[in-house]
Design a protein around this ligand. Structure first.
Ligand SMILES: [Zn+2]
Length: 245
């Protein structure tokens, strides 16, 4: 075969491969009724608009955090596929979680250990940035799914569940105001979204990441896990926050 012919064959083969790889990237989502769907080994992604380039960013965010969340929460068994439904507007998202009058800051919700719903990072009127939705909210709700798998039927308090989700999703907030002291853990639940990250950051720094799994299995009973009374622990945490943040 002449050299010229070989070169042509190579050129045609390369173009062919490029066409195939481009079309698979576009065709990854299949249209089913009125939604677009894509399944990977670990997730089933569902979205409701044709222009859904943001789904790639959500997928990458979950992919980048998947093993870390499982490791930090101490989950070793296999996780079944998790469905991620992303709604194009806040209105549609709120309607689909059964909260039609929900405030704008509610942008994600875990439905079960196998499913969570969230709003598109391109939705209008968001109080969050694109990155906060893609990296924060997606990983936060995913962490709630994994938490459910770890705790099974245990009754784990909200303060602990939210602190873990905020920490894993790197949703770090420095609160403007801090109480002078805590008497009991029930005081925490009202402002858990503003202090949860720092609470878990302190716990992990002081006691290592295994503390997350231990606290989950102990249903958030601080004293049985770290050997300190709740008020003592929280006041130490307050000192830490005042010193370092
Ligand atoms: Zn949450």
């Amino acid at each position: 075969m002449k050299l010229k012919n070989i070169i042509w064959i190579i050129i045609i083969a390369v173009i062919g491969m490029l066409v195939i790889s481009c079309s698979t990237a576009i065709d990854e989502y299949r249209l089913e009724d009125n939604y677009y769907i894509k399944e990977t080994e670990k997730f089933k992604f569902v979205c409701y608009e044709k222009d859904h380039a943001y789904m790639y960013d959500i997928e990458q965010s979950l992919k980048n955090n998947y093993e870390k969340v499982l490791h930090d929460l101490g989950l070793t068994r296999k996780v079944s596929k998790i469905t991620v439904k992303v709604y194009p507007t806040l209105k549609e998202f709120h309607k689909n979680i059964g909260l039609t009058r929900a405030p704008k800051y509610i942008v994600g919700k875990k439905i079960s250990e196998k499913e969570f719903k969230m709003v598109s990072p391109n939705a209008k009127g968001l109080v969050h940035t694109y990155e906060q939705i893609v990296n924060g909210v997606a990983v936060h709700e995913f962490t709630h799914c994994i938490t459910d798998l770890v705790i099974k039927n245990r009754k784990v308090p909200k303060w602990l569940q939210e602190s873990i989700a905020l920490y894993e999703a790197n949703q770090k907030i420095i609160p403007n105001e801090l109480p002078d002291s805590f008497k009991e853990i029930s005081e925490m639940k009202y402002n858990i979204y503003s202090i949860g990250y720092l609470l878990m950051e302190y716990l992990v720094k002081q006691y290592d990441v295994e503390i997350i799994n231990k606290l989950l299995l102990a249903e958030g009973d601080i004293e049985s896990v770290i050997g300190k009374k709740e008020d003592e622990f929280f006041n130490e945490w307050l000192e830490y926050v005042k010193k370092f943040h």
